[in-house]
Design a protein around this ligand. Sequence first.
Ligand code: IPD
Length: 290
Amino acid sequence: PELDLDSILAFTIKLALDAGEMIRDGQQKRFASESASEDEKVNSVDLVTEVDKAVEEFITKKIKETYPDHQFIGEETFKGQKITDEPTWIGDPIDGTTNFIHGFPMVATSIGLAVKGVPVVGVVYNPFLDQLYSAAEGRGAYLNQKTKLPITGKAKPLASLGQALIAVEYGSSRSPPALPSKVKTFQTLAAHPDQGGKMVHSLRSVGSAAINIALVASGGLDMYWEVGCWAWDVCAGTCILREAGGVLFGPKGSSLSGEVDGDLLTGRKYLSVRGIASTADETTLQVQQR
Ligand code: IPD
């Protein structure tokens, strides 16, 4: 049966707002409690909290009640499932868990629905800044359901990389060869002159993949580069970005055209948005500048 994307979008927005309330409450309780502890997931910088788990449980329950035939893939309960052609919800209860733990307010709940592997609905909600980014296929992307994205005047392509504000992330992989290769990319991006000799304006590290993508969609960032994203980091954001006229590139510069590549889920891959390199060599950067 045809999916009613308008009602699915309304459901997802409500779900994200409710999840956001749980995240705000959860942080208050965490900070009020002496025993606030952090669990380690893969290593000492890949973290998960009780709040992540409770929010994912809440999101899954609501989706199962409302759309019992749909699949669900979530960060905290992931067991290697593949994305099939079936309607599949792909969510991250707290994207930016490290920020959440520290009280750095760049935290989002990120909920997307993919059909045949293509994200058709996406909502990214930052409960601390009360910023809600939402989109559904063919309906445009919005901030707080009012402001159409990209924000007016931000739709023009950049004349050169020399004018760009670029987000990069350290991610959780900090040992060689991952770290030196990331740092090399940061350096190349920061110091790469355009044809007029100008450097990029600056680099930022927001700490949430979903917010980075939403910021590219809104125009606040021009690009976002990261190696090591998973489908739940990008599913909702991809729909928002695509509806705002942005693009997402895969590892070899191939456009995923808004699709979540199954490999993003099973293995970590180079991710880039709006004209950026998978490896930071000059050739790639120059190609991307055209
Ligand atoms: C992480 C954040 C971080 C990015 C990582 C993600 P999490 O998600 O988005 O910015 O660098 O790749 O895994 O662990 O906070 O949900």
